[in-house]
Ligand binder design. Structure first.
Ligand code: ADP
Ligand code: TRP
Length: 384
């Protein structure tokens, strides 16, 4: 230990993981060069660059689709270099609504394989299965003591599930947001990339963290929903009825596992109409959706051509040919989805690779989870 510490020095602990717990191996003292503005600035920037923790989960309740890809997975892939990322398959959560587990293992494997096929690198992020991290269940137990029946009953998603499955209003359904909070807080994640429908769950996670910190001491940071702002896309189903979804309206949703023929068939029967009445019309939702899809998967000049055809069309002069647009879109969509589908199938059929990815993810996740749990137990006084 340095005996004579100049006032402008900053201690930098070098951490080492031992048995999953971070311990201080050595401390260096960094002398702030107060007379060198450039170096001081570099240091401050370096300190600010310590990677924030990002976490998100997907329930294995169906096939992943284009909405999941452009609304969620594409953002995960973008975040993997910038942040310390944890992405997981929420298989415990799926039991609250899907008690039949016959298809569960295949569904879990498919979500892992599709995420990797879409570009998530298991070496860079922790990609794991929720039930492989028992630390989450222990934190869930502690947080349950801080969650009140009244607030859980008022949660929008709970009320919706009560309406959808009146014969199975189980306690897991009621405490769904508590388990979700445990998922997030176990890694002390601060950014959670999720859609708008999850904002109430995030608010509840913040409340549970605050209550924990207030009662036992500051351990858990407050997490916030995160998105790339203006770039958030919503992909409608091809009949214009609501959004593409994992388990509803399957004939109008484009899945990452769909065959080329299936993609073509779905796109060719997507809803259109007789064309715009006047030049430069506002596009109806279902037409706008086809252009959105084209923007995401087709070349810029292809999009421009169809945009120009649409803008120039009017009642007696219909230049835009929706049949041609759909044919082109189907072709480009097949080019986009086929490599993902094939890569995902390869991974899914390679059980050794899948087990390796899942184990590697679980190891990383448990290392971080057990470090948090140690702090949590200490704060509560459960460290005997
Ligand atoms: P689903 O409704 O298909 O079951 P989830 O609710 O599990 O999908 O959502 C997983 C992620 O995918 C969320 O971040 C959500 O915002 C995103 N997502 C789901 N459907 C769409 C869609 N049609 N368009 C854009 N993003 C979507
Ligand atoms: N509830 C989320 C959904 O339905 C899935 C989920 C479970 C989740 N745990 C999470 C998302 C933690 C983000 C963080 O989409």
């Amino acid at each position: 230990m340095c005996k004579y510490l100049p006032p402008q020095s900053i201690p930098i602990p070098i951490l080492q993981k031992r048995k999953g717990v971070e311990v201080i191996k050595k401390t260096f003292f960094f002398l702030l060069p107060t007379d060198n503005l450039q170096l001081t600035t570099h240091f401050i920037i370096f300190a600010a660059m310590a990677k924030e923790v990002v976490l998100s989960g997907i329930r294995p309740t169906g096939f992943l689709h284009l909405g999941n890809y452009f609304g969620a997975m594409r953002n995960y892939v973008r975040m993997q270099d910038e942040y310390n990322c944890y992405f997981f398959v929420a298989n415990w959560h799926s039991l609250t609504t899907h008690p039949d587990t016959k298809e569960l293992q295949t569904a879990v494997h498919r979500v892992i394989a599709e995420n990797v096929a879409c570009g998530l690198d298991p070496e860079k992020v922790s990609l794991y299965v929720q039930s492989d991290v028992p630390e989450i269940a222990e934190l869930y137990l502690y947080l349950n003591m801080l969650a009140y029946k009244g607030e859980l009953e008022k949660t929008v998603t709970f009320k919706e599930k009560v309406r959808l499955q009146p014969d199975n209003i189980n306690a897991g359904l009621l405490t769904y947001p508590v388990l979700q909070a445990a998922d997030i807080l176990i890694h002390r994640a601060v950014k959670v990339p999720v859609g708008k429908d999850q904002e109430q769950h995030l608010e509840m996670a913040r409340n549970f963290a605050q209550r924990f910190n207030h009662r036992y001491g500051d351990v858990l940071p407050e997490p916030f929903a995160f998105n790339y702002g203006g770039e958030l896309v919503k992909i409608l189903s091809l009949d214009g009825n609501g959004k593409m979804s994992k388990s509803e309206n399957q004939l109008n949703t484009l899945y990452l596992a769909d065959s080329d023929e299936m993609l073509k068939k779905k796109i060719m029967k997507a809803k259109t109409d007789g064309g715009p009445e006047t030049p430069n019309s506002v596009k109806p939702d279902y037409i706008e959706n086809l252009f959105t899809l084209m923007k995401l998967v087709s070349a810029e000049d292809t999009l421009q051509k169809f945009e120009a055809d649409f803008d120039a069309s009017s009642a007696g002069n219909c230049i835009i040919r929706y049949g041609d647009l759909k044919k082109q879109l189907a072709e480009d969509m097949i080019k986009f989805i086929t490599p993902i589908r094939e890569k995902a199938a390869d991974i899914q059929n390679n059980k050794d690779l899948l087990s390796k990815i899942i184990k590697q993810g679980a190891d990383k996740a448990r290392e971080s989870a057990s470090a948090t749990l140690l702090e949590v137990r200490k704060a509560i006084g459960m460290n005997y």
